[in-house]
Write a protein that binds this ligand. Structure first.
Ligand code: SF4
Length: 201
């Protein structure tokens, strides 16, 4: 039988509209390497800026960024500089490039070894590149989950949710909890309007 926290989570998933997936920079991409680099390019920037940088990196002739070819540091840095966070973005791209030279990552465990690839990036990559269901818990989701009875940091919560939910519902977790957080359960929860009755507040 499902416990209180599991029932509350299902009520949120059932009662929240799925926000439209809107990361247009990834549309049409098939190559896992390009997909993961593009997600890193898109962190904290607009889709337009991300797409512009992706085209320069991957569609240039000759290609600036390719698997199996040495990475040209100066050329990559020049392209990513306008995006900000140049150093960490470059280190991520370098780490992705090195990892893909050995193996195409297909699991959270492998992705966690790549610099700058957190659970949210990993979940998005697994979903877009392989259609693999995944539970993605970031700090915004964790805040809601902690309020409805789940305990621990995002990594622990991710494992709990993978146990509590059927696989076909995993991809709903991130967009729906974020949406619930925006509407009702933000830093100052609007419990008076919420359809849940949490015991923790
Ligand atoms: S808004 Fe209040 S009642 Fe609703 S889930 Fe958040 S803490 Fe619980």
């Amino acid at each position: 039988m499902r416990d209180d926290r599991g029932s509350r989570l299902l009520k949120i998933l059932d009662g929240t509209e799925m926000e439209k997936f809107d990361f247009s920079a990834l549309r049409g991409l098939k190559d896992p390497f390009e997909i993961l680099v593009t997600i890193v390019l898109g962190l904290k920037v607009t889709d337009e800026k991300c797409t512009e940088a992706r085209i320069k990196l991957f569609d240039s002739n000759p290609k600036i960024l390719r698997r199996g070819r040495p990475l040209v540091k100066e050329a990559v840095q020049e392209i990513i500089r306008p995006l900000g966070m140049e150093k960490s973005r470059y280190l991520s791209i370098l780490s992705i490039h090195d990892f893909f030279d050995r193996k195409v990552p297909t699991t959270f465990g492998e992705l966690s070894k790549i610099h700058g690839v957190g659970p949210k990036t990993a979940a998005l990559y697994l979903d877009v590149a392989f259609g693999k269901p995944s539970v993605c818990v970031d700090v915004h989701c964790a805040r809601v989950l902690n309020r409805i009875g789940y305990e621990g940091d995002p990594k622990i919560l991710q494992l709990d949710l993978m146990t509590d939910l059927p696989k076909e519902r995993w991809n709903e977790v991130n967009p729906k909890l974020i949406s619930h957080g925006k509407d009702l359960c933000g830093p100052k929860p609007d419990c008076g309007r919420c359809f849940l009755k949490c015991v923790r507040i």
